[in-house]
Design a protein around this ligand. Structure first.
Ligand code: ADE
Length: 266
């Protein structure tokens, strides 16, 4: 167990069973058992006051669907705050929120206590947005059936940045987005699979060459797959050198075949 208090994430949801197994597995489960992370699931329905434990109601002004009531959510969050102390962030998931990115994950990983509120149905009473949440977070421009998958994404991305969660072989530093570049390609045995080989440089054992190749590939892959990221990446003189020295392999296009060299006999 580590000396420091774990990063505590309380997830307020109507469907804890969607998330409990996922957080108990693999790296997240290991982080919880090691006392680096504590994830608790609070069932909002338990904080409904009426005899039917009603957590939603028809929208004022009419219209389709149901709206999650403010009261059970406020009661659930306030009960946890009274028992354990205030939160550094109270996050409400919604597609209208600010986009969750690696920088957001880094910021959350430095907090001690985080509350995540998962919405369902057609929406949540606006008073939860205005008077309980400290931030509204979206995981992308698409609409989910609820905030639970978004909560799992946040927990996962944050957990792996907590010091000690990843082993030294799983470092979070040399990978995608830590530097606005995508990762270089990985290969493992066998050296030939269905006729596809492994780049020669990786088999040669020259550490320096491998590092240069990886950096160049990372740059090329970013340019190819995420030109938006590439544009925001400031190329160092070494990056420029690497890109010029080892230009990417040209792909032949059917519409404009590369003519054979003139000196080649017919
Ligand atoms: N709830 C529904 N859609 C969502 C999204 N894209 N991000 C976060 N929470 C959501």
């Amino acid at each position: 167990m580590r000396e420091e208090a774990p990063v505590t994430i309380d997830v307020f949801t109507l469907f804890p069973e969607m998330l409990v197994p996922a957080v108990g597995q693999s790296i997240l489960g290991r982080a919880c058992r090691a006392g680096l992370l504590s994830v608790r699931f609070i069932d909002i329905r338990e904080y409904a006051t009426d005899r039917y434990r009603q957590v939603d109601d028809a929208p004022y002004g009419g219209g389709p669907g149901m709206v999650m009531k403010a009261e059970p959510i406020f009661r659930a969050v306030e009960a946890a705050q009274e028992a354990e102390g205030g939160y550094d962030a109270v996050v409400l998931f919604s597609p209208r929120g600010r986009r969750f990115e690696q920088a957001s994950a880094m910021r959350f990983s430095r907090l001690s206590r985080i509350a995540l509120i998962c919405g369902r149905y057609e929406g949540i009473d606006e008073r939860v947005y205005r008077h309980l949440a400290t931030e509204i977070v979206s995981i992308g421009d698409y609409v989910l059936t609820g905030g639970e998958p978004a909560a799992l994404i946040l927990v996962d991305a944050v957990a792996r940045l907590i010091p000690g969660v990843l082993g030294k072989d799983e470092s979070a530093e040399s990978e995608s987005f830590s530097e606005s570049l995508v990762e270089y390609p990985h290969y493992t045995r066998p050296a030939e699979f269905r006729g596809w080989g492994v780049p020669e440089v990786l088999l040669g054992g020259n550490h320096q060459e491998v590092e240069s190749w990886r950096r160049a590939e990372s740059l090329r892959e970013t340019l190819r797959l995420r030109p938006d990221l590439f544009r925001s990446h400031a190329l160092s003189p070494l990056d420029q050198k690497l890109l010029n020295l080892t230009p990417p392999r040209r792909r032949r296009r059917k519409s404009s075949p590369t003519p054979p060299p003139e000196s080649e006999p017919d």
